[in-house]
Design a protein around this ligand. Sequence first.
Ligand code: HH2
Length: 268
Amino acid sequence: MVGILNVTPDSFSDGGDYPDVDKAVAAGESMVAEGATIIDVGGESTRPGAEAVPAGEETERVLPVIKGLVDRGVTVSIDTSKPEVAALAIASGASVINDVTGFRNPDMIDVAAASRSGAVVMHMLGDPRTMQDEPQYDDVVGDVRAFLVGQALRLVDAGLDPSAVVVDPGFGFGKTTRHNLELVNRLGEIVTSGFPVMLGASRKSTLKTLTGEEDPKRRDGHTAVLTAIGFDRGARLFRVHDVGRSRDALRIAAAIVNPQRWEEWQQD
Ligand code: HH2
């Protein structure tokens, strides 16, 4: 489970929730206590229509939080599309780069290769300012898969271990509700790439479209449903705001899909 920690004023659901470093670090630690194995720290919102943040400002937001978490033994990923922010985050102890632009910038591949970090390659159509303007695909799953595999192989060619390269279909990034649902339903076609698959549907507006729930913070139960279905389809990493609820959903899903693994958990 990957816990989301946005230290931004304007993220769509948790913007402004962590006004100082201590609060952010404490929130990260409590997500770890609930079952997160990685905390994904972000300093720039990528919600539809979001404006870009200068690198210096993004760095000032994320570095103290990364250092605080790493000092407490927490594994951190940096959610950024800027190579200079990623490099500084890695120098401060982050071990994974989560790039919503899918390492399209070759400098980002260089940063990952030089630091031997882990990498999350996410698919996005266009950029956050324009991505929801009538997105179109020939076949959303085929198009997304081809992009993800191409970029993941670039990272492997640059020297990353294939098991450290995660692919993510980018739920909500240049996709209609129908596209998002089809990607989850046919996630198995991305799983066959052999790269571990991450799902990041937490609190996203498709859940509002499906249920009418306006308040993102009341969509954690909805998110947990997608976590369980995503697990069934083969996703193995889940980027969520409410770690405890998705952990419980995973326990239930795993007990059904993989009873032996569940019995091992019981004995732990
Ligand atoms: N979604 C968001 C940000 N980063 N990274 C990955 N790998 N996958 C995702 O689906 C993903 C992501 C957007 O969600 P959030 O961080 O909650 O909001 P905001 O971008 O407004 O900060």
